[in-house]
Design a protein around this ligand. Structure first.
Ligand code: GDP
Ligand code: MN
Length: 352
């Protein structure tokens, strides 16, 4: 790697990326946001910064998902913040409801125990439903049937840097499956049996292991050995999935589908608090070659309390190299050094 930003493919050229151009250079891709009506102001904040730094040049459509119908107000205000097409989609009940094989009493009791261990959102049912949907269901929504790539956008995030190339084309042309900005450790108490279930799955399905997988990264026990202990072998290091730019064909593959099905039946989305971030990350680390996972170091990003802040004149209001805001202990949550330790030395080129 040269340390240079990605080759500037498909910069805005003439009218190619005009919102209504049926022959535009856009590929099959959408900005994707699961959001509540009550988060209108926060999603507009995210939209404005992503439009300003990137999407006003490319006009990729926005697809909003909700487990309840979006209000007219939500539609009106979000539409007013982009020139691109906006779609508003309801999640089918069978994708959102707690599955029939989950025992409600057991769920409640497990949540109580997790709360005692200070696991955030443990007793919030909808949070578990959201994690499950983001793990294994969103890409089955009929509205995404013909869609291949997505960029996940949450309410209340920031985008700091001008990005002048079509990142979706970058993904496609460079044969990338998954793009991330931030890589951190998880609360091991939220996933004590995720790794043991994964190992069980692998024992019966080892044909799915990628040749150049990231098993070493997933099981790295050097930096935070106590995490590996509580998580029974998993470092808890994961791509922070509130930002992800990815190819849905990976989630739709036999390997991932079988893996999700196994996890879903095991019940940990409810009896524990498995997040879509560790689930996605473990799957990528096992079933995909590391060369297909891309760090978007040039996309300045924040989801409180963490940042990805490039050292570049294209970035505003983002202190180069800054990783966290708040208490000092947050510093040790950064897991990118472990990732780059296993896949190469790109990290040091950023001065990180
Ligand atoms: P955190 O980032 O882990 O603190 O979780 P968030 O509260 O940000 O939730 C993650 C994403 O899921 C955000 O985009 C939320 O808007 C969305 N989300 C979470 N719960 C629900 C829900 O019950 N309904 C809907 N429609 N969106 C939700
Ligand atoms: Mn969030």
């Amino acid at each position: 790697p040269t340390g240079e930003p990605p080759e500037p493919l498909h910069r805005v050229n003439g009218n190619n990326y005009a919102p209504n151009n049926p022959n535009s250079d856009r590929i099959n891709a959408t900005l994707l946001s699961l959001v509540r009506n009550s988060e209108l102001e926060q999603i507009v904040g995210s939209m404005q910064e992503l439009e300003q730094t990137w999407n006003h040049k490319f006009n990729y459509p926005w697809t909003f998902f909700n487990d309840e119908p979006f209000t007219e107000e939500f539609k009106k205000v979000t539409r007013a913040n982009t020139n691109a097409e906006c779609r508003y989609e309801l999640i089918p009940k069978e994708h959102w409801e707690i599955p029939s094989w989950i025992n409600r009493d057991l769920f409640k009791e497990s949540a109580r125990i997790l709360e005692e261990q200070n696991i955030q959102y443990a007793s919030m049912e909808s949070y578990h439903q959201m994690c499950r949907w983001n793990s294994g269901l969103f890409y089955h929504h009929p509205a995404l049937k013909d869609m291949q790539y997505y960029w996940r956008v949450e309410p209340h995030v920031n985008f700091y840097c001008d990005v002048d190339y079509d990142v979706f084309r970058y993904m496609r042309d460079h044969n990338k499956t998954y793009g991330f900005t931030i890589n951190i450790y998880d609360s091991p108490q939220s996933i004590p049996t995720l790794w043991p279930e994964t190992v069980k799955f692998l024992a019966a399905n080892n044909q799915y292991l990628a040749k150049d997988n990231a098993m070493g990264w997933l099981t790295d026990s050097e930096r935070r050995p106590e995490h590996n202990k509580i998580a029974h072998g998993y470092s808890t290091c994961h791509f922070w999935s509130n930002f992800e730019i990815a190819d849905m064909n990976f989630w739709r593959s036999p390997a991932y589908e079988a893996y999700f099905e196994h996890l879903d039946r095991a019940g940990g989305f409810f009896y524990e608090r498995w997040g879509d971030a560790p689930v996605h990350s473990i799957a990528l680390g096992l079933f995909e070659d590391v060369s297909k996972i891309h760090w978007f170091k040039d996309i300045g990003y924040r989801h409180i309390p963490f940042f990805n802040c490039p050292n570049s004149p294209k970035c505003k209001k983002c202190t180069a190299g800054k990783f966290f805001d708040g208490a000092d202990w947050l510093k040790k949550e950064d897991c990118r050094p472990s990732w780059f330790n296993h896949v190469g030395n790109e990290w040091s080129l950023n001065g990180g």
